[in-house]
Design a protein around this ligand. Structure first.
Ligand code: SF4
Length: 621
């Protein structure tokens, strides 16, 4: 198939693909914003790339949420023979610092990388000057894509060069730059790594674009009371002349120690900023400390020691950088271990996306979970002519996978019903599902509290992995892969958390291991200061009723769809969805969730019978 000189690399078009490609071509040619709702697995990436190429887009920034999501885009670009590169966290692909085992914080990573480059002690960076860019391009674009990680590491392994700067070096020669969200939605990252280009030089494609409704969380930064304490000790030891900063840290620690916090609490941020006139002073202190620590590390362990340099003051600087923003708020929270955290965050996504999305040449926003278009555009606050297409409704596009949905209507996590007997009931249903169904299951909860209460009531013989705030995706993936295929285990995670949003539950061949997703309760936001402030901030711009719809309907249902979406990642996948809360029968929730319920059950017997029926329908057993 071809349009002009562009060859569509598949024998035939699937229903809706050609139409989506044409919409993309037209929107890009006219400099518009296109919102496209397209089901997972219908082939939207190929259609979008074809449309972009047909429109003659010179430079495309193709944005994905997670590193794993880079892979399918790169795979399609290779089929088209396009010139591309990809960018994700330099920290995660750095061979110098990952060799040390544990990853440094983002601040430490960049600080250490700068020193390593300036001192000429990073051999991977030095090697770049001997590397032929055309050779790197050929290497990246011709190798089979196993994963972006693997490709990056192979650059270090086989070329001895820094993967991040090698891939960044290909930006100029690339028509497509596939990158994670921060490359457009964090201005400092955009400026640092994509200069000399401006927003206006790119056509932006945003995958999973419903995530933009909460993109402000990308800028959230938290420090603990302990971090502040360690920073104070560090500054006293390494930069004792920084008296103002020391005095400021002491006063913040005093304020923090006086806080009485149970759940997340809004604070007045001004007192926390008093005595701090100029952030660049803090930046200088951080640099001084880092330089001294780097000297110590280099003389002690040579170049690899650079990865071990840690400065707590740099975390405080990053936190302050968010806190001084005119759109940020300060919250305090105690975690389950009793540690106090101070959280600085903006609350309005528009402040993050408005400028880039208004300035790019054109934008294509893709989602399989696109909520009401009008509300979506109001929340983003982007003033630009736009068009919406629903590829499923308008052109009959079909996604892949088959699913069966059961609603358990005799349980709930509504506040007034919470308690031992309800948690027991939920735990017994989950245990029953585990007994009756094969393999890996994902159980998603509205909060850590509900998750812990239910998990502690599961029978001892039910195998579980339980999300904690500090858990790493690598840890979970390693645990899953260490098991025999088909072995039963339940991953317990919090809705909207990193185990639901970022991880792929796949085996070494990339096959999805997950076939049952249980959503316990409805992930409504907690009735706390954060939710109240978020509502207030949004209501002041989009009105009370829209803000309520966003916070209490759209965002929770996006979380549910995200969780369920883990069950179907490929054409062969079959999934059983269990929604454990009678509130899923509410008309407004059902409408926004937009999926059929195959069985609504009450009572253990009814539940058991429905799960057995679903098992034979979905898994054929
Ligand atoms: S230049 Fe060196 S330290 Fe910096 S990211 Fe590359 S390999 Fe790591």
């Amino acid at each position: 198939m071809s349009g002009g000189s562009i060859v569509f690399p598949y024998g035939s078009w699937r229903k809706g693909q050609r139409e989506l490609a044409e919409e993309v071509r037209r929107s890009v040619s006219e400099g518009e914003l296109l919102l496209a709702s397209a089901p997972t697995g219908f082939g939207k990436t190929a259609a979008v790339i074809y449309g972009l190429l047909s429109a003659g887009a010179e430079r495309v920034l193709y944005l994905v949420r997670t590193v794993n999501e880079i892979d399918p885009v790169v795979r399609e670009l290779k089929r088209f023979g396009a010139r591309f590169t990809f960018l994700f966290s330099a920290r995660r692909m750095c061979p110098l610092m990952t060799a040390e085992g544990s990853l440094p914080s983002v601040e430490d990573f960049w600080g250490n990388c700068r020193i390593a480059r300036a001192k000429g002690v990073c051999s991977y960076y030095e090697e770049l000057s001997r590397l032929d860019e055309a050779e790197v391009a050929q290497y990246v674009r011709s190798r089979p894509v196993i994963s972006a990680y693997r490709l990056a590491w192979d650059i270090a392994k086989f070329k001895g060069a820094c993967p991040f700067f090698a891939l960044k070096g290909l930006v100029e020669d690339s028509q497509f730059i596939v990158a994670t969200y921060p490359y457009l939605f964090k201005e400092d990252i955009f400026r640092s790594f994509l200069e000399p280009y401006d927003y206006g030089d790119f056509v932006a494609v945003v995958d999973e674009a419903h995530s933009l409704l909460n993109i402000h969380s990308l800028h959230e930064y938290r420090v603990s009371q302990r971090d502040l304490d360690l920073a104070l000790k560090e500054v006293r030891e390494y930069a004792s002349s920084a008296r103002d900063f020391i005095a400021w840290l002491e006063s913040v620690l005093k304020k923090a120690s006086r806080l009485k916090v149970s759940r997340i609490t809004l604070l007045d941020k001004q007192p926390f900023l008093e005595g701090l006139d100029d952030l660049s002073v803090v930046e200088d202190v951080v640099e001084t400390i880092r330089a001294r620590k780097a000297e110590e590390a280099l003389s002690l362990s040579g170049p690899s020691g650079i990865g071990r340099v840690k400065t707590m003051a740099s975390r405080i600087y990053s936190w302050l950088s968010v806190l001084v923003r005119d759109d940020s708020y300060l919250f305090a929270e105690k975690d389950e271990g009793g540690v106090l955290w101070l959280i600085a965050t903006p609350l309005d996504p528009s402040r993050v996306v408005k400028e880039p999305l208004e300035k790019v040449k054109a934008a294509v926003l893709l989602s399989g979970t696109m909520p009401s278009t009008k509300l979506y555009m109001e929340v983003l606050g982007v003033s630009r002519s736009f068009k919406f297409v629903d590829v499923n409704l308008m052109y009959g596009a079909r996604g892949f996978g088959r699913f069966f949905t059961i609603v358990a209507a005799d349980v709930t996590t509504a506040y007034r019903s919470r308690g031992d007997s309800m948690y027991r009931l939920i735990a017994s249903r989950i245990a029953m599902a585990d007994r009756l169904l094969p393999g890996l299951k994902l159980a998603v909860y509205p909060s850590y509290e509900v998750m812990y209460r239910v998990v502690e009531r599961l029978p001892a013989d039910v195998e579980t992995i339980v999300e904690t705030r500090g858990i790493s995706l690598d840890e979970v993936e390693a645990k899953i892969l260490a098991r025999d295929p088909g072995e039963k285990i339940i991953i317990n995670a919090v809705a909207g958390g990193k185990l639901v949003e970022g991880v792929e539950f796949v085996d070494y061949e990339g096959r999805n291991l997950l076939s049952t997703v249980i959503v316990v309760g409805v992930p409504f936001p907690q009735p706390d200061d954060y939710t109240r402030k978020h509502l207030e901030v949004m209501a002041s711009r989009i009105g009370v009723s829209n803000a309520r719809k966003l916070v209490y309907l759209v965002n929770p249902m996006i979380k549910v769809r995200q969780a369920l979406g883990r069950g179907i990642r490929g054409p062969e996948d079959r999934a059983l969805y269990i929604l454990m809360d009678y509130r899923y029968l509410r008309r407004d929730l059902k409408e926004v969730l937009g999926m059929p319920y195959h069985r609504v059950v009450k009572g253990a017997e009814d539940f058991e019978e429905a799960v057995k029926a679903a098992r034979s329908r979905v898994f054929g057993g």
